[in-house]
Design a protein around this ligand. Structure first.
Ligand code: HAM
Length: 432
């Protein structure tokens, strides 16, 4: 197939084979989110670019290098609006919360989004796509550390229910507008004499986004990171108390967390609690999240604390596969209808019975074209159906069908074949 007709680099088709994994995650996450009082929201895939730029932050990779942004067609006055494909879910949800006056509802407002596509023009590599999908939760309008613990506990419960083990829960606090500026000064002071020996990216981060200095993966800078001052040693009293309480409450949810003082997160909007769950196999982040108490104010709203997370669904599927967790396969048909004579009356009867079963809510199939009796029986077998419903010459003459129990079994009923009147077929299958 010519290259231009293939899916774009970093984009992929989600084929039927993969769907059982998606269904498993969607069902499990929806059930658990509802236990915690979250309600579904969907926001548009396109937003004004500033929605993302102002919240995720100018100096971040997502905004600087990875957004799919373009000018929309000009309006009547010839003005363009620059719009972007959503790189992450939080900004759109906070925008919707403000736009629809959800601050007037009882707080917190707890929202979740399911399998929403996100677009980041990253360098394609294992586990990194240019289109990925997130399940995310956002709780808006409440700063109580109980919500932080609740949200992390909920996420842990989702992974446990999925059957995943060996998931590391990494937690940190990155302070707030009260204590973080002083910490950043301290960090810059520490880095200033070291800049000559730092990588180019770190030199840029030093000016644009000093907190991200701690996120550098370059081997030459690891020793500097190891000795750098830690935000957790420089929290103000209120942030410290908040962080301590989150940890105390987390124990009630039986979450085996560890403090990782180096988590800073790749988006600028975070305050106080930040967390990532990683796979013990290779440290890949399955989800990321945290507080963003200042985001609503960026949009001109009043102070509205918020906390949430985004789960990378492709990454969780990958982890499920690695841990050998298999979702329920697509159910096999209850019945497969076959006819043994290539005449219209037989095909009509098969079609009528198939339709009758489907209308009654049973999964049913029959073969297309005019296949031989042997080929149809083979199809019935391969379909995994519980019953083959056979219309042969005798059955046609008698107004009956033969029902063959396909699942080989030891009991008499399981291996038998019976001839019954057409009128009682549905009842027979429903009660079998
Ligand atoms: P994030 O850490 O940028 O946070 O993304 C969340 C998760 O999405 C990551 O942990 C990862 O599993 C997955 N992910 C991110 N980029 C890719 C990619 N290129 N390919 C595959 N998976 C990817 C956020 O997006 C925040 N909005 C999360 C949040 C919600 N914070 C508060 N509320």
């Amino acid at each position: 197939m010519p290259e231009q007709y293939k899916a774009l680099q970093g984009f992929k088709d989600i084929l039927p084979d993969e769907q059982p994994y998606w269904r498993l995650i969607e069902k499990t996450a929806t059930e658990v989110a509802s236990l915690y009082g979250f309600q579904r929201i969907e926001t548009p895939i396109l937003e004004d670019t500033t929605v993302f730029r102002r919240t995720s932050g100018e100096g971040t990779d997502v905004v600087e290098k990875e957004m799919y942004s373009f000018n929309d067609r000009a309006d009547k006055e010839g003005r363009f609006q620059n719009i972007s494909l959503r790189p992450e879910g939080t900004a759109g949800v906070v925008r919707a919360y403000l736009e629809h006056g959800m601050f007037k509802l009882p707080q917190p407002v707890k929202l979740y989004y399911m399998s929403l596509p996100m677009f980041r023009r990253e360098k394609p590599q294992a586990g990194r796509y240019r289109e990925h999908h997130q399940f995310g939760c956002e709780a808006l309008g409440e700063g109580d550390p109980a919500i932080d613990a609740e949200i992390i506990g909920m996420l842990y419960q989702i992974y446990t229910r999925l059957g995943l083990s060996n998931i590391r829960v990494n937690l940190n606090s990155i302070g707030d507008s009260n204590c973080r500026p002083q910490y950043i000064e301290l960090l810059k002071e520490y880095y200033r004499p070291l800049l000559d020996t730092c990588c180019d990216d770190c030199n840029v981060r030093y000016d644009k986004n000093p907190l991200r200095l701690l996120d550098c993966k370059n081997p030459q800078d690891q020793a500097k990171i190891a000795n750098a001052p830690r935000i957790t040693d420089n929290l103000c009293e209120a942030c410290q108390e908040h962080f301590d309480t989150v940890q105390r409450f987390l124990r009630f949810y039986d979450v085996p967390f560890q403090i990782d003082k180096l988590i800073v997160r790749g988006l600028d909007y975070y305050t106080r609690t930040v967390f990532e769950f990683t796979s013990e196999i290779d440290n890949v982040a399955l989800n990321g999240g945290g507080r963003y108490d200042g985001m609503a104010e960026i949009f001109g709203g009043s102070h509205t604390p918020g906390i949430g997370f985004g789960v990378g669904i492709e990454r969780v599927i990958n982890e499920l596969k690695r841990q050998g967790i298999e979702p329920e396969p697509e159910p096999a048909p209850r019945a497969f209808v076959v006819y043994f004579v290539k005449e219209p009356a037989y095909k009509d009867a098969a079609t009528e019975i198939t339709a009758q079963l489907r209308k009654a809510g049973l999964k049913a199939a029959s073969s297309y074209g005019d296949r031989s009796r042997k080929a149809q029986m083979k199809q019935a077998n391969n379909s995994g159906a519980d019953f083959a419903i056979i219309i042969g010459e005798d059955e046609m003459a008698n107004g009956t069908v033969s029902v063959k129990h396909m699942k080989a079994g030891s009991t008499e009923t399981e291996s038998k074949q019976v001839e019954i009147k057409r009128e009682v077929l549905l009842e027979y299958i429903l009660n079998a």
